[in-house]
Design a protein. Structure first.
Length: 461
């Protein structure tokens, strides 16, 4: 996935990217700005030091009896006496048209045998002049000069020049910038770590919210619980209110379905009784058949409507073992006259269906009842979890069903044998309910010799 896609889809990536970009931009601007400030500061200090040396040179300059310039005493900085130390001074004659020999008539010991060739602008004699010139050993020097007219020889101008190696200015700036970028780099790492921590901690409630929603969806909880920040708590409360409202709607729908069932069953019972009282005529048989068909259709559609509503309730959960044990006891009583062996293989602890308990009873009960009707002596039931799904397998040792008929039997209203008591809607109801929950029911060959009904449903975590 590309970065733009991640920025659109991930709040965490968006926050981190924005914060890190802002940190990098701020660090870069701060580094550049501090570098400029320290460079300007060092340059001002450099010029100020040159100005001090130039003032000392001016104060010490005198004209001897022979008319040659000389110093009344040595300057204070010891570097001026050390050859090629990087700090120099020089006195030139400033007369117009002065010969080249007028350069360096007096100079510091640090220049040794070198003479500084410094350009001069006579139009600015009254001002300090600054130049950049080559110096000893291939270095570059910054110079500061002024022209003075000694009292002894007012007509004879003297150029007083002080110079210093540029490295004395550039090296501190370079060292400071190196240290500055190391410090800013550590600061950026710290800020980035703080930003990551802030995003992780700040979005942790959303991860907890996701886990709570998953618990509701998987049936481990009916409502969202836990402690959430004030910014997230209203969302949790609203979602819990929606869950409660959905449960109330489903309960109301079940009540209405029950009322409808009672309202329809009463007139159907009246018609059935009237048909039985009418004897064995064609009309009576027709009425009885139609009443029975109407009853089957009413039962089927009411169960379907109730289950369709139930599957939309998040948080529904039903333990498998109690349902299976209750159904096995009921089938043992219903089919007691046939002396069937009902065997249940061990069920995993905590195995649960992600749905309504009544629907699980409806599906497993129908399949178990069918197996008991067709079995000769033995019925086996197994419930297990596989790949996050609940698998219920019910085997019988009956005569089995032909492969080409298995699909038709699952269809609504189809019966494997009209001589066997039943409405023919059992498997259809199981198939419809299983599909509503995203599952399915299949008929396969059983190792007992009869049919295996394989029911696949969503398992609760």
């Amino acid at each position: 996935m590309s970065l733009p896609d991640r920025l659109r889809e991930s709040l965490r990536v968006r926050l981190l990217a924005g914060t890190l970009l802002w940190i990098l931009a701020t660090i870069a601007v701060a580094g550049w700005g501090l570098g400029v400030l320290i460079r300007d500061h060092v340059e001002r200090q450099f010029r100020a030091e040159l100005r001090i040396h130039l003032d000392q040179l001016t104060a010490s300059l005198v004209i001897g009896r022979d008319g040659a310039p000389e110093l009344s005493g040595p300057l204070s900085d010891p570097r001026l006496a050390r050859p090629y130390s990087g700090l120099y001074w020089q006195v030139d004659r400033a007369a117009a048209g002065a010969a080249p020999s007028a350069a360096g008539v007096l100079r510091s010991r640090s220049l040794w045998d070198q003479v500084l060739q410094v350009p001069h602008d006579e139009q600015r004699d009254a001002q300090l002049q600054e130049h950049r010139v080559p110096g000893p050993d291939g270095t570059w020097l910054r110079t500061l000069e002024r022209v003075v007219y000694p009292a002894e020889r007012p007509g004879q101008g003297m150029r007083l020049i002080v110079a210093a190696d540029e490295r004395a200015m550039a090296e501190p700036v370079r060292r400071f910038r190196a240290t500055l970028w190391v410090a800013l780099g550590l600061l950026a790492i710290g800020l980035a770590a703080a930003a990551v921590l802030q995003v992780v901690v700040g979005l942790a409630p959303l991860a907890r919210l996701q886990r709570e929603l998953a618990a509701v969806r998987e049936g481990r909880s009916q409502l969202m619980s836990g402690s959430f920040p004030a910014e997230v708590r209203p969302l949790v409360d609203e979602f819990n209110a929606v869950l409660a409202q959905n449960s109330e709607i489903v309960a109301r729908a079940r009540t209405l379905a029950g009322n409808l069932a009672h309202a329809l069953k009463t007139p159907l019972s009246v018609l059935a009784n009237a048909a039985r009282a009418g004897g064995e005529g064609d009309l009576a048989r027709l009425v009885r058949d139609q009443v029975e068909s109407a009853r089957r259709q009413v039962d089927y559609h009411l169960k379907r409507a109730r289950s369709a509503a139930a599957t939309r309730i998040p948080g529904a959960r039903a333990a498998v073992l109690p349902v299976v044990e209750g159904l096995v006891r009921a089938m043992a009583r219903i089919h007691a006259d046939r002396r069937l062996e009902l065997a249940v293989r061990p069920v995993e602890d905590g195995l649960a269906f992600r749905g309504e308990e009544q629907d699980l009873q409806e599906m497993v009960g129908n399949l178990l009842d069918n197996a008991c009707k067709w079995a000769r002596r033995r019925v086996e039931l197994e419930a297990k979890r596989a790949d996050g799904r609940l698998i219920v397998a019910i085997d019988d040792d009956g005569r089995g069903i032909a492969h080409d008929r298995r699909r038709d039997i699952v269809l609504r209203g189809a019966r494997a044998d009209e001589r066997v008591e039943g409405s023919g809607l059992g498997l259809a109801i199981v198939d419809e309910l299983a599909r509503l929950y995203g599952g399915e029911v299949r008929l396969e060959d059983s190792p007992l010799g009869g049919v295996r009904a394989l029911l696949t449903l969503p398992a609760a975590a």
